[in-house]
Ligand binder design. Structure first.
Ligand code: MTE
Length: 384
C-alpha cells in the first residue's frame, strides 16, 4: 500500500520534510530554451517535470508543460514530405499532408494530460521507472481534426476494433518502438483528436510536432506524439508498450510481488486526484492568513468537490472551485485559512469526482507505480 503515512515517512520524514528541495537537489534545473525552471528527470530521453507550484493556472503554458519521452525525439523532419497514414482494417487507406489535416474541421479540447507514473517516486517499496513526484501533469488546449473524421474518410471495416498509433521517435538499439492502441469506441469519440496545436500555437517538437494524438481523460501514454501511422486493428496491439507496459493488476498484489501479465488490464482513464500548488511544501509562510490553492482532475469524470484539512486529516473544509470548467480539464480550487497560532502544520487536499470516487489515504502498490492518487499534502511553518 502507498499510504499518506508512508508518503510522509518516505519522502518528507527521512528527507527533511521538503520534497520540492529534494527534487531540485537530486536533479538539475533545466537550461533548455523554452523549458526554463523545469526539473530534469532524465537527459538521455528527455523527461521534464513541472515544479508543482506551477499548477496554479487553468492552462499550463507550454514552457511549463511536462515532457515524457521513452526514446529520442525525431532529429530531422521535413514537413513537406511528412504524411499521416491511415490503414489496416479500412476500406480506403489514406496518406494526408499537414496542409490537408489543417483544412479539415478543427476541434479544440482542453485536456489534463497526466503521465500514468506521476507520483511513482512515492511508491514503497521503490519501483523502477522515471521517478516523477507531483508534476508529470499539465492542462492544455489541444486543437486539430477529430480522429473520428479521419477514420470515417478511410471507412473502418466491421473487423476494426482497436486503433494503433506509431510515431517518429528514434528508437535506440533493440528497444521496441513506442506503439500503442486504444479501443475503437474511444477512437471515434468526438473529443479524441489528431492535435496540431497546443494552447493556440503549432505543437512544439517536445510535444509531438507536427501531429499528436490526444485521448482526453486517459493516461498520457495513450496520446502518441509525432504520429505518422494510424492503423485499425481487429484486436488490441500487443507490443511492449501495451503488454507488459502500462497495465494494472486485476487484484491488489503484495508490495514487491511480480505480477503475471494474464492477471492485468491496460491502464486507461486517469483517477481522481488533487495537488496543492501553494503554499509550497516546507514553506515558512509570512502571515497566519493563508491562501491554500491547487488543482484537481478526474480523467473522464468531473470534479464534484475538493476538501482541505489543516489539521493533518482530522477535520475537512470544502474548498472553493473556480469557475473555469471544461470536461477533461482540471479545476482550480482555493481555500482561505487563518492559522489559530504559530507552529508546524500539515495541509491536505482531497478531491471527489462525479462518479463518487474520493482520493484515498492509501492505494494498493503496483509494480510500475501507476495511477498513484493518494491525498496530497504539504507541511508548512506558521510564524508565532
Ligand atoms: N509518444 C511517442 N511517440 N513517444 C513517447 O515516448 N510518451 C507518452 C506520450 N506519447 C510518448 C508519446 C507518454 S508516456 C506521455 S505521459 C505523454 O506522451 C507525454 O506527453 P508530453 O511529453 O507532451 O507531456
Amino acid at each position: 500500500m502507498i499510504s499518506r503515512r508512508e508518503f510522509l515517512a518516505g519522502v518528507s520524514g527521512s528527507i527533511g520534510g521538503v520534497w520540492p528541495l529534494l527534487s531540485r537537489a537530486a536533479d538539475e534545473s533545466v537550461a533548455l530554451p523554452g523549458k526554463e525552471g523545469m526539473i530534469v528527470r532524465s537527459h538521455r530521453f528527455l523527461d521534464l517535470e513541472m515544479p508543482v507550484e506551477y499548477a496554479n493556472l487553468f492552462i499550463t503554458p507550454v514552457e511549463h508543460f511536462f515532457v515524457r519521452n521513452h526514446m529520442h525525439e525525431p532529429s530531422t523532419l521535413d514537413v513537406s514530405k511528412w504524411r499521416l497514414s491511415i490503414g489496416g482494417e479500412v476500406e480506403k487507406p489514406l496518406a494526408l499532408t499537414l496542409a490537408e489535416l489543417l483544412k479539415m474541421e478543427q476541434r479544440t479540447v482542453t485536456n489534463t494530460l497526466e503521465c500514468a507514473g506521476n507520483g511513482r517516486a512515492f511508491a514503497v517499496p521503490h519501483v523502477p521507472g522515471v521517478q516523477w513526484q507531483k508534476g508529470a501533469v499539465g492542462t492544455a488546449r489541444f486543437g486539430g481534426p477529430r480522429l473520428r473524421d479521419l477514420l470515417e474518410r478511410a471507412g473502418v471495416k466491421p473487423a476494426g476494433k482497436h486503433v494503433m498509433f506509431g510515431g517518429l521517435d528514434e528508437v535506440p538499439g533493440k528497444v521496441p518502438p513506442f506503439i500503442r492502441s486504444i479501443p475503437i469506441e474511444k477512437a471515434i469519440d468526438g473529443d479524441t483528436l489528431v492535435a496540431l496545436n497546443m494552447n493556440g500555437a503549432r505543437l512544439t517538437k517536445h510535444h509531438g510536432f507536427p501531429a499528436r494524438v490526444v485521448v482526453p481523460g486517459w493516461i498520457g501514454a495513450a496520446s502518441c506524439k509525432w504520429v505518422t501511422e494510424i492503423k485499425v486493428l481487429d484486436r488490441e496491439f500487443d507490443g511492449n508498450f501495451m503488454s507488459p507496459g502500462y497495465r494494472m493488476p486485476n487484484q491488489p498484489v503484495q508490495p514487491g510481488e511480480a505480477v503475471n501479465v494474464a492477471d492485468t488490464h491496460p491502464a486507461t482513464a486517469l483517477k481522481v486526484k488533487s495537488l496543492i500548488a501553494s503554499p509550497s511544501d516546507g514553506a515558512s509562510v509570512k502571515s497566519r492568513a493563508i491562501h491554500i490553492q491547487g488543482v484537481a482532475w478526474a480523467g473522464e469524470a468531473d470534479i464534484e468537490k475538493v476538501e482541505v484539512s489543516t489539521d493533518s486529516g482530522t477535520t475537512w473544509q470544502p474548498a472553493q472551485l473556480s469557475k473555469n470548467h471544461s470536461r477533461y480539464a482540471w479545476r482550480r480550487w482555493s481555500h482561505f485559512w487563518k492559522a489559530p497560532r504559530g507552529g508546524d502544520y500539515t495541509i491536505l487536499s482531497r478531491a471527489t469526482d462525479s462518479d463518487g470516487h474520493t482520493q484515498p489515504d492509501s492505494v494498493p502498490w503496483n509494480p510500475s507505480g501507476y495511477l498513484i492518487n493518494v491525498v496530497d499534502q504539504v507541511k508548512i511553518h506558521v510564524p508565532v
